[in-house]
Design a protein around this ligand. Structure first.
Ligand code: SF4
Length: 374
């Protein structure tokens, strides 16, 4: 087998798009079975990807994986809006596939790979796996002569890899449609100890998450990966363009403090146990004292003991960046520049903090699409 010795990691025949869903794994196994070496690329964004599962999958399925963070490019595509639009929720599947395929094409050289494989099945998904869409993805990602779809190859024109004899077309499959029986049968044949779910799990296709992301897209002056990570954690509340995230448990609290920006405000009730709440300060829009006090009262309402006390409680408010200056384990120490506000806990405040609703986001998305069509 010829390899490109100028590659960083030569010796691979193909790179594969690996979501971690069953189809993507089966596509890799079919090519490995032909004696070819495959490097799996597991793309990660705030919306999908499980990089922590990499080692587990490698051991379980006998595959070789690299996690690739494409958050910045993905967020840019969302901000500029996907050329081929959103699916049923906020999932830009066609643009997403084009982006991932394009990335895989760029990474081929690094591995000395000569083609790309993906686990798409003709007719399985309404948006991204129709014949015409499969062709659009192949064209726009510029992978016309590079892309092989082993699970449904026999329904498609033979590729360069098959014509040149690099891949044996006879050993590729002709799966079509939404059924799963053929994939499950194949998984059994390969002796998988764990059968993964069909897809890789994408939060953009889930309404509750999508309504959170839509707020960020609507209100942030410069949406970035960190903001979408913040919107994944805890409970989310908006008041116009103001945004608060409130932890539901210790893990959320830690997560919020980890992903919020240095200029974000952290609210913590002083004398009672309660969650961490983070107020996002978008650049150029610092919160005034009235908003801060309102948010402090709202944050305190998530501390049951503070509410039961029936009296005003102290809420500590500081910049996340200042809190980070404290030594680990010192989080109860006074924070430089911290303010303490005395407020009555209140779930209903003047600001009218509200959780984002999918029905409202959906209407805005539809209106935007109508405007775009003219
Ligand atoms: S479901 Fe999510 S990860 Fe999958 S193609 Fe669509 S946008 Fe991309």
């Amino acid at each position: 087998m010829q390899t490109d010795t100028s590659s960083a990691f030569p010796g691979y025949d193909a790179v594969a798009l690996l979501s971690g869903g069953l189809d993507s794994i089966l596509a890799v196994k079919l090519i490995q079975e032909q004696g070819l070496r495959v490097k799996c690329l597991h793309f990660v964004t705030p919306f999908f990807g499980k990089p922590h599962k990499r080692r587990h999958w490698e051991g379980l399925y006998g595959i070789d994986i690299e996690s690739v963070d494409i958050s910045a490019d993905f967020v840019r595509m969302l901000v500029e809006r996907p050329v081929y639009g959103f699916g049923k929720v906020l999932n830009p599947c066609v643009d997403c596939k084009i982006l991932m395929m394009g990335k895989a094409r760029e990474m081929m050289e690094r591995y000395g790979a000569r083609f790309i494989i993906s686990g798409e099945v003709l007719g399985q998904r309404p948006m991204s796996q129709r014949q015409d869409t499969l062709n659009v993805i192949r064209r726009d990602a510029d992978v016309r002569d590079l892309l092989l779809r082993p699970l449904c190859a026999k329904h498609l024109e033979p590729t360069r890899m098959e014509l040149e004899g690099l891949v044996d077309r006879e050993r590729l499959l002709d799966i079509r449609g939404r059924g799963r029986s053929e994939q499950l049968e194949l998984a059994r044949r390969y002796g998988f100890a764990e059968i993964p779910t069909p897809g890789g799990g994408c939060k953009l296709a889930e309404k509750e998450n999508a309504s959170r992301y839509w707020q960020v897209l609507m209100h942030s002056p410069q949406p970035c990966a960190r903001e979408f990570k913040l919107s994944n954690i805890g409970r989310q509340f908006w008041s116009g363009g103001r945004w608060m995230a409130v932890g539901r448990n210790r893990m959320d609290n830690t997560g919020l403090l980890k992903v919020c920006g240095d200029d974000d405000l952290v609210f913590r009730v002083r004398t009672f146990p309660g969650p961490v709440a983070v107020g996002r300060q978008f650049s150029g829009s610092p919160w005034d004292e009235v908003t801060m006090a309102d948010a402090a009262a709202f944050a305190a309402s998530f501390s049951p003991k503070a509410v039961r006390s029936g009296s005003p409680v102290d809420v500590r408010v500081c910049r996340a960046g200042d809190l980070r200056l404290l030594a680990e384990g010192d989080e109860h120490a006074p924070v430089p520049g911290e303010a303490v506000v005395s407020v009555m806990p209140a779930r209903t405040t003047g600001a009218g903090w509200a959780e984002p609703l999918w029905v409202e986001a959906r209407e805005e998305i539809r209106a935007e699409a109508r405007d775009k069509r003219g």
